[in-house]
Design a binder for this molecule. Structure first.
Ligand code: MN
Length: 396
């Protein structure tokens, strides 16, 4: 009987309360699938999204969070009306998003927000000691120094959700005191692997959106096609694993089975492998240091008789090179690069520019915007806004 009571307490205590930021995007939806499959481990405490009110309402009715936040206030009345009978608090606006992460009942903040909007809420969450599971790239790309310092100060773990960083993290578990020689990040190469500049001049967004292995949101799919996604991941890896850029290498691996590797000082290389699915890295970030059984499809080596690796073509896919350089220079460079890339990708998705204009626009902004050293989130956001306005002015 005592054992029974103990067991019950243990189960109750183990249920992690998750605050999911960006619940209606591709990553957020997959995160909810993971949570749905492990109901004895997780409970959704907060759901937040930008403006997809209908999906947010549907998710809220299913997962019964304590509160939801819709960033776009125009949708507030509608969400409130639809959830009035469900005993769920409804908030709107960016400042609510930043306030809500401080809720004492939250055990972990999973940030799946796309873009620069992810910075403030994560900064606040770290400031009040909440562990972070991070899928938002901009947090570390734009403000890596600030964020990692804050995390160290507050003893807050930042657990990677991106498949490559999860693979590196999983390969490092149990090796924290062993000297790391190299991090090797794998890249699928995207839909245009092996193509030359002439070919890339005329590719359409439909071609660019056809990713060979991964199904993801539009912005990241274009980033995969330009290799900027890998550039962003190199910068993230530098901050997450406290590595020098010279220690971080990118290798193209078209099958996307080896999710990344680490090489130790003795020359030994460890890797994490699996089918290309974001659900496993999401689950690992949420259950770490535990591994939990699941029903996800298994890797069958007979289906992949050859796993191949090649050097990335940084001459053709300039974005990767730009990212290395921006990160090496530091300061506001990655922020300028990221903002220019985000606007350029959006212009490309709206048929306003060609594929090869994406690196050109980024290079132009890096050349024109002076070097600076932002030292607060506000200053980073200001730089970001300035770069966006500069580009939009010339395309309006
Ligand atoms: Mn990735």
């Amino acid at each position: 009987m005592i054992f029974f009571v103990f067991l019950q307490i243990k189960i109750i205590k183990l249920k992690k309360k998750v605050c999911l930021l960006g619940s209606t995007g591709s990553m957020g939806v997959q995160a909810l699938e993971v949570i749905d499959e492990l109901p004895e481990l997780f409970e959704v405490e907060v759901l937040a999204c930008h403006s997809n009110a209908d999906l947010l309402i549907q998710q809220a009715k299913k997962f019964k969070p304590n509160a939801v936040v819709i960033i776009n206030d125009d949708r507030y009345e509608y969400v409130k009306e639809q959830l009035w009978n469900d005993d769920i608090k409804v908030f709107a606006g960016e400042s609510s998003l930043c306030d809500i992460v401080e809720m004492s009942s939250i055990d972990i903040v999973l940030s799946c927000i796309v873009g620069i909007a992810g910075l403030r809420p994560v900064y606040r969450a770290i400031s009040c000691g909440k562990p972070i599971a991070l899928a938002n790239k901009e947090t570390l790309v734009v403000a890596g120094e600030l964020m990692t310092q804050l995390a160290i100060e507050h003893h807050v773990p930042i657990l990677p959700v991106d498949s490559e960083h999860s693979a590196i993290f999983q390969s490092l578990v149990g090796e924290w005191n062993n000297p790391l020689e190299k991090i090797i990040i794998t890249a699928s190469g995207g839909p245009f692997r092996g193509k030359n500049r002439e070919f890339l001049q005329n590719v359409t967004k439909e071609q660019a959106l056809k990713h060979p292995n991964w199904s993801m949101g539009n912005k990241i799919t274009i980033d995969s096609a330009t290799l900027m996604n890998k550039g962003l991941e190199v910068i993230e890896a530098k901050w997450l694993f406290d590595a020098d850029l010279d220690q971080i290498e990118v290798v193209v691996h078209p099958q996307s089975i080896v999710h990344s590797l680490v090489q130790f000082a003795d020359g030994s290389v460890k890797a994490q492998l699996g089918l290309p699915s974001m659900k496993l890295p999401i689950q690992y970030a949420l259950t770490y240091p535990q591994r939990e059984a699941n029903k996800m499809p298994r890797l069958n080596f007979a289906d992949y008789p050859s796993l191949t690796f090649e050097k990335p073509d940084m001459g053709t896919f300039r974005c990767l090179k730009i990212a290395y350089e921006a990160s090496r220079e530091g300061g506001n460079r990655p922020c300028v690069m990221n903002a220019a890339n985000e606007v350029a990708v959006s212009l490309f998705l709206h048929d306003r520019i060609g594929f090869m204009d994406i690196p050109a626009i980024i290079e132009q902004q890096l050349a024109e915007v002076p070097f600076g050293k932002p030292c607060s989130i506000d200053e980073y956001l200001e730089t970001d806004k300035e770069v966006r306005n500069r580009i939009l002015k010339s395309y309006n």
